[in-house]
Design a protein around this ligand. Sequence first.
Ligand code: NAP
Ligand code: F7E
Length: 324
Amino acid sequence: MNKRALITGITGQDGAYLAKLLLKKGYTVYGLHARRASDTLWRLRELDILDRVSLLEGDLTDLSSVIRSMHASEADEVYNLGAQSFVATSWMQPVLTGYVTGLGAVNMLEALRLTNPSARFYQASTSEMFGLVQSPVQSESTPFYPRSPYGAAKLYAHWMTVNYRESFGIHASSGILFNHESPLRGIEFVTRKVTDAVARIKLGKEKQLRLGNIDAKRDWGYADDYVQAMWLMLQQATPDDYVIATGRTTTVREMCQIAFDYVGLDYEKFVVVDPKYFRPAEVDILLGDPRKAKTNLNWEAHTTLEQLIKMMVDADLRRVDRGE
Ligand code: NAP
Ligand code: F7E
């Protein structure tokens, strides 16, 4: 019998790549799809899988729609990727971020417990939970110290996932994923903002790129590599928590240099620091230790930052050239 999966956040970057991976493995894929006034299906179209997934209307903050999606999908595996995921917005909309990113996960856990407690559950946790880092390299045993409403909401969802595992014996795993990017990354995140600007500047459509704190350091990987780790976690006999990272950290400044260098431009001539993009509190550095994932899941990152940025710049050059 083919397996069935339910993905929340299926229209987001990771949801689209995960849906593609699961379809390739022969799963029947359902996605919780929140109604929006404008089009949010472009990623599923770009991966050419829109007509192969079943979208179920619902919202993470609406428990009855979540329960209906659980009944309709009869999922063996449930991946909770839906979130208000942009850190900067979480200071502007802290309550909404708490409802969607924090309580939304609890709605999923409750719906699963009430309707289908033998289903396996994946929670999209994040390196933002480490925030003001308590150790130079962050692993599963590093204490958390979130620095944003987003990080705090994710930490609540993370502990609720652990709690449902320990209280009710649910096969619930939490992936503590460090930043991962792709050509399908939202334009508001810094890598995509940079690769889009590089394409526009190269093609003569823009003259400069305004950024915030370019000394921040991130452990950046490729989203398509990272969704493999999500799936692997749910194939284990025992649920657990895993750090998923590359083990390399790079400043935003160096990432800009890689992107501009790729098209033969000097980033220093185009990047302007604008305090408008500074955050009320910053996560200065993130660097993950993925050894547990390597040992238990046989997972490791395969794509370098240089390969990733090249892929993103190429995709943005094509988009800008098409007039998008
Ligand atoms: P993303 O591109 O921002 O996608 C977020 C998804 O959540 C979208 O499909 C969005 O739907 C959906 N969503 C938002 N509010 C919702 C609501 N009220 N009800 C139902 N769905 C809702 O995020 P991503 O980069 O793919 O990340 C996937 C997950 O991993 C998120 O939980 C994120 O916080 C977490 N994470 C991401 C990273 C990373 O570096 N990418 C790292 C660690 C953890 P619409 O399209 O309709 O808005
Ligand atoms: O910022 C700095 C910014 O918005 C990265 C989400 O997927 O990963 C992501 O969160 C860094 C920060 O990602 C700009 O201050 C400088 O230090 O790309 P970002 P993020 O905040 O790390 C984690 C793991 C998640 O879980 C989140 O969901 O870049 N930065 N100048 C800038 N960032 C943005 N967005 N825009 C700038 O102009």
